[in-house]
Write a protein that binds this ligand. Structure first.
Ligand SMILES: [Zn+2]
Ligand SMILES: [Zn+2]
Length: 127
């Protein structure tokens, strides 16, 4: 991969200094003097610490919200499993009539069955 070294690897505020990371808010390169650590991310010191803190807070809330319960996973398993079986059966039975389109249906069905399996395995982590 080609990178523009001047832009990506040097500090935005000190073009002659190498950057240690990027500000999460403005994506500018920061040297060790300009970088402030906010949570797990870097911010422009004295400029974007507030903004990055807000971003960190949002990410944290999203993680908490996306926590699912066992019954959510089981419901997904049943949903994906049923729809997946229908798609797969329909696709396979139609391959001789629809050709490629039948294969597409079958592949979608298999992907859904895979999602069902993933949800089922996830649900087993909850007792
Ligand atoms: Zn910044
Ligand atoms: Zn700097």
């Amino acid at each position: 991969m080609q990178v523009n070294e001047r832009e990506i690897l040097n500090c935005f505020y000190h073009p002659d200094r190498p950057a240690v990371g990027l500000c999460k808010h403005c994506q500018r390169g920061l040297c060790s003097d300009c970088a402030a650590l906010v949570g797990d991310s870097l911010a422009c010191k004295g400029r974007h610490e507030e903004q990055v803190h807000a971003l960190e807070e949002m990410t944290r809330l999203n993680i908490l919200k996306s926590k699912r319960t066992r019954s959510d996973y089981l419901r997904n398993t049943i949903f994906y499993g049923t729809v997946g079986l229908l798609f797969t059966a329909f696709g396979v039975s139609q391959i001789q009539w629809l050709g490629v389109q039948g294969i597409v249906y079958a592949v979608i069905g298999l992907a859904l069955l895979y999602a069902a399996l993933a949800n089922y395995l996830e649900s087993r982590k909850y007792k």
